[in-house]
Ligand binder design. Sequence first.
Ligand SMILES: [Zn+2]
Ligand SMILES: [Zn+2]
Length: 274
Amino acid sequence: MAQRFPCDTHIHTARCGHAGGLDEEFVEAGMERGLAAITLSDHAPFYWLPPEERDPALAMAADELPRYVDDVLALAERYRGRIEVLLGVEADYAEGHEEELARLLEAYPFDVVLGSVHLIDGWLVDAPTSLARLNQGQAEVDRIWARYADLLISAAGSGLFDVLTHLDLPKKFGHRASLPFAGRQSEIVAAVARSSCAVELSSGGRRKPVGEDYPAPDLLRELASAGVRFVLSSDAHAPAEVGLGFDELAANARAAGVEEVLVFRRRRGTSVRL
Ligand SMILES: [Zn+2]
Ligand SMILES: [Zn+2]
């Protein structure tokens, strides 16, 4: 029988405008995959932009957030005893807007807040539109990785997040820096270790052009030896992606020295053997 995993910590819903499926289908996919828990963690509203500039295909609208929270809490009740449904959110780190995000987060009883750096000086590094920049040559790729590193270090130290997602995201379309993290990998590892944020082991990257989990194997080893903790995640945007690739994700993590992962409830992580 396939191994039972404690939790898939990163799952989107149709509310963000680029994921498909009913909430129940995500939960039932988690049950079919033998997960003990799943955390719905849809994209928080783009709080740093005025409402009229927010793209409904990227994140839920502000007035949808309270309904999302109510819906997930109701699902948790409905599935109690069969699978634990936890309430999460994936929030972008937007430099200079930390207080707005803190206010948004404190209004709801989240089990976990995933922190993501997608936004680099007003553009989204993982959007297909970023290819025009990434394809400008290695010097520009290195510059983007270095700027991403600055923002990731700030996000880690912001105190806003429980988990940092897809840590080496600029590789998504296959653009690597000349040196890992443009020469700043050990600085990143130290900042994450200091922050007490956990890092997600994400199978999402294998479905992207880069075809590799986040974080990359060498980065994962360095994080593990610095004492950083981890969660398991698929970054599912469709029910079929829930828990996808977890056997291999866990095997790679064990090979890197990771023996346990965290499950977050009410923003506190509990260790579970991997
Ligand atoms: Zn998404
Ligand atoms: Zn993301």
